[in-house]
Ligand binder design. Structure first.
Ligand code: ZN
Length: 413
């Protein structure tokens, strides 16, 4: 017995020590921002590097660097050039991939900005971008080399940082999740309203579990980006407004879908602030919003449903949750019925294992309810109702709560 302990203890110690050193071994405490252009049609995709930038600090994860908590519709993978070891990985979804499902994509080639943040490597790194189709197969990939002392990497966020207010400091700012509310469609004289709206949005989030009990883990700022005009553009009404992020309704010709395609402008405004997860608050009383995994959410602030919407969209962008609704007039084939979706709150029953399986039998309300992921048949949710299904429901269903808690644990434990 003694002999076994003597062998095991040093090994465990060595493993822990190595994990703790990974970040400092491979990375500087700076952010490498990579701007990409994704372009293509319904069945082609091209990835090109637009620009490399460096920001003063790194505000993302420092542990479990090579792992992702959810698969996403794409991944960015950083490898140490010499050893080809994966030293960082993150997952994401994009508006480009949503657009690929649109009729326009069958006859038009279009391009989209995408911006990703990774910790700045100490040594030459190979960075791979992968996109996955809705069958979860890698359908596009591009690898480029980054040399950290490349003179063409542009510094940003070292001066002229957009003013911001800290709404809530995390208990441990060395181990926390950083959110930034960003103002869209607020003029300079409306900044007090923006701060008030950001506080309201923050409290809406913390009224929901598991965010409520994990509140201390979140560091939250409100970034006062100034627009020339109030509101956002409303193409179906012929109204275009000059705003900081050029956000607009009618994305993909869907009236309520509010997005921005100006991701470089968004990150320019955030440069130098302590941000990772981005929540854009739009100064409007219209109903609408959008949320894209590890990219951003947009939500209005002065509609009667603004609070549920901001929380719902954050469920997409932060926790990678799927929509749990389906409407007869608006069914979409986003999830093939013979493929298990990676999202943890819906299933096609192809490989249900590890989702909310453990709640069934223990919670009498848990089950497999047909109708989710924009399909009335063949895609299932775990509960009758949820924040990811309707605005009237006051909370996330236990399946979504479980998935979100696992994700928070991934980041902070
Ligand atoms: Zn749910």
């Amino acid at each position: 017995m003694k002999k076994i302990f003597l062998i095991i203890i040093p090994l465990l110690f060595a493993a822990n020590a190595a994990m703790g050193q990974d970040f400092d071994h491979y990375f500087q405490d700076k952010t490498l921002r990579i701007d990409y252009i994704f372009s293509g049609t319904h069945n082609t995709q091209h990835i090109a590097v637009d620009e490399l930038l460096v920001e003063p600090r790194w505000y993302g994860k420092r542990k479990r660097l090579a792992d992702v908590p959810v698969e996403g519709n794409g991944q960015i993978i950083v490898r140490d050039h010499k050893t080809q070891t994966v030293i960082y990985r993150n997952s994401f979804s994009t508006l480009f991939q949503e657009w690929q499902q649109e009729p326009e994509a069958r006859h038009t080639q279009k391009s989209f900005e995408n911006v990703f943040l990774v910790p700045m490597p100490k040594d030459t790194a190979d960075i791979t971008l992968e996109l996955r189709d809705n069958r979860r197969r890698v359908c596009a990939g591009e690898t480029h080399q980054v040399v950290p002392d490349d003179i063409l990497i542009r510094p940003i966020g070292y001066k002229n940082v957009t003013p911001f207010t800290t709404l809530q400091a995390a208990k441990d700012t060395n181990n926390c999740i950083r959110l930034a509310y960003l103002a869209e469609g607020y003029r300079a004289e409306e900044m007090e309203t923006f701060i008030e709206d950001a506080r309201t949005a923050m409290e809406a989030l913390f009224a929901h579990e598991p965010y409520k009990r994990m509140r201390d883990c979140f560091n939250i700022i409100a970034v006062k980006s100034v627009s020339q005009e109030s509101g956002a553009s409303e193409p179906s009404k012929g109204i275009w407004r000059n705003t900081a992020l050029h956000a607009h309704w009618d994305t993909n010709y869907s009236e309520r879908y509010l997005t921005t395609s100006h991701l470089k402008a968004m990150h320019d405004l955030l440069a130098g602030t302590p941000y990772e997860h981005i929540l854009v608050l739009v100064n409007s009383n219209r109903y609408g919003g959008g949320g894209i995994l590890n990219s951003y959410i947009l939500s209005t602030t002065h509609n009667e449903w603004s609070q549920p919407v901001v929380v719902h969209e954050f469920g997409h962008s932060f926790a990678g949750l799927a929509d749990e609704y389906a409407y007869e007039e608006d069914e979409i084939d986003m999830y093939p019925l013979d493929v298990e979706p990676w999202e943890k709150n819906i299933t096609t029953k192809v490989n249900f294992h590890g989702k909310w399986e453990s709640l069934i039998g223990i919670d009498p309300k848990a089950g497999l309810f047909e109708g989710a992921g924009y399909k009335l048949k063949g895609v299932y949710r775990g509960y009758e109702d949820c924040r990811m299904r309707t605005n009237e429901t006051p909370e996330f269903c236990p399946a979504c709560q479980k998935a979100t808690q696992e994700l928070i644990d991934f980041y902070i434990q």
